[in-house]
Design a protein. Structure first.
Length: 234
């Protein structure tokens, strides 16, 4: 990652238990290794997938990640689990990791596609990156050009956080994912994600993953084909 220009800074002092609220420390103007990972997806059965990643997964964390997901019926419902074991990276360096800042997540994931609204609901329950346990709800809609617009909201146990900014807070935000296909004549599964949420919060945080099994597998499911039959016929 080579920034052309960056003046990101913050007057906030990150708390000792920060997992995301110190993100501005990683957004400098120097060239930085964004990701360096091994990423593999396995198709275990016709409707069951598994994924594994290892390496520098994102700008702030390196480690290991795993996920399984099974599509039920025609694929409009999927259930699975995911988890991470990661260590925090030292800001301003490319490969250095903190010795004593290990984190893990353990989440159950339920995806439900609502055809009349063309909306996908994601319900997650489990332990998030900051150690809070609870629910995270996400709703998103995919448009014909591949753009995805969505929002999320969380209900987690925040009593263990050290700062008032985190205690009693419900994680929330909105996002958009833009497919690289819009800018290239070649087929690509790459997407660009932009999200808007308070960066001074550490509630209901997860590790960013390059590959999402639901996005990967849902395109192969019957419900997705049936929803596009009219366009295929034309």
């Amino acid at each position: 990652m080579i920034p052309f220009y960056s003046n990101i800074d913050s007057s906030n002092v990150p708390p000792p238990d920060a997992v995301r609220s110190d993100v501005f420390l990683y957004q400098g103007s120097e060239p930085t290794l964004d990701r360096l990972e091994y990423d593999q997806v396995f198709r275990l059965t016709e409707k069951t997938f598994a994924g594994f990643s290892a390496g520098y997964l994102e700008l702030m964390y390196a480690g290991f990640a795993g996920e399984t997901l099974t599509f039920l019926g025609n694929g409009s419902v999927a259930i699975g689990a995911s988890g991470d074991w990661v260590r925090k990276r030292v800001p301003g360096t490319n490969f250095e990791l903190f010795d004593n800042q290990d984190y893990y997540t353990a989440l159950g994931n339920l995806y439900t596609y609502i055809r009349p609204l063309d909306v996908t609901l994601l319900t997650q329950y489990g332990r998030f990156l900051g150690g809070d346990v609870g629910f995270r709800l996400e709703a998103s809609r995919t448009y014909d050009n591949g753009t995805v617009i969505g929002a999320w909201y969380s209900f987690t146990d925040t009593d263990h956080f050290l700062t008032a900014d985190n205690r009693g807070y419900n994680g929330k935000g909105v996002f958009v994912r833009i497919p690289a296909n819009m800018f290239s004549p070649r087929e690509s599964r790459t997407t660009y994600r932009y999200s808007f949420s308070p960066w001074t919060r550490d509630v209901a945080q997860t590790v960013w993953h390059r590959t999402n099994l639901y996005t990967f597998g849902s395109d192969l499911m019957p419900f997705r084909f049936k929803g596009k039959m009219d366009r295929l016929a034309k």
